[in-house]
Design a binder for this molecule. Sequence first.
Ligand SMILES: [Ca+2]
Ligand SMILES: [Ca+2]
Length: 299
Amino acid sequence: MSGGKHRILVITGTMLLFFILAGLGTAAFTAGQAKERFNRERVIFAMEDSAGDDYGPGTYEYPTDSIFDPKKEHFDLHEFSVSALRNTYYFDLLFPRVTNPWGASEGFSHAMVHIYISDDPDRGRIETFREGANVIFDPRHPWQYFIKVVSFNKTAVYYADDYEGAEGRDSGVTARLQPDGSTVRVTVPKALLPGDPSNWQYYVLVGSQDGLGPDNFRKVNTTANRWVFGGGTDTDYDPNVIDLLASRGKQEKLLGSYDASKRQLAVLEPVGPSKIAPTRWENILDKVIAILQKMKVKL
Ligand SMILES: [Ca+2]
Ligand SMILES: [Ca+2]
């Protein structure tokens, strides 16, 4: 072999080795970053709701029994946030007052929250899963997932194509009042909510739990009594929703859009999607995470 050819072979070999090492290094770096992203709790969506708007369309009054004292705050959502950590989504619901008059193991038994998620305009439903909230959803944003947050081990995830009597998916699903005494944290395995959460839009409905009420909603009538809200109508066209996650001024308009004389339910609009969308690099990392999980690599 001539000296010139030998030199070219050495240079080519060195370059090849360099590219292999650089490739391995980049793969290891990317895998490390993916692992870090997977193991860090990160916020997907967060939104504050007005304080003091636990009055439905603006006219509702609390029931009169002393269990509802001081006739405010029990159903007043202040903040809603969604975050991800490892294989779990967390839905955090912040209330100024959380009581547990019926002694549920979840630490709360007064408020109830129905979270409907819309992530595809071309499929899903615009009616609520069961009758009870007395509202209907924006036809441009039908829902695919429904998380019913309620006490006594009944918190569960439902899909739009479930039949009405379905039990709901509750494996790995929990709802618990946190040590701060104000936050109800709902835990849902990611596997139950497939899809890209940065596209999600949310309908977040707060009601008062009533085991015998329609879909567990305490009803709203014209006049309040011990166990029924007042300030609505005696029909089933006024929403049984006491607070709605919405930007300021919107809740009154949306919950007030019902017309009992025309038999029309209020039409709600969702909030979202997230302004905290993942960057291009984070999207790559999410794809790497999915591949590593398929390969059963421990992250
Ligand atoms: Ca509120
Ligand atoms: Ca509100």
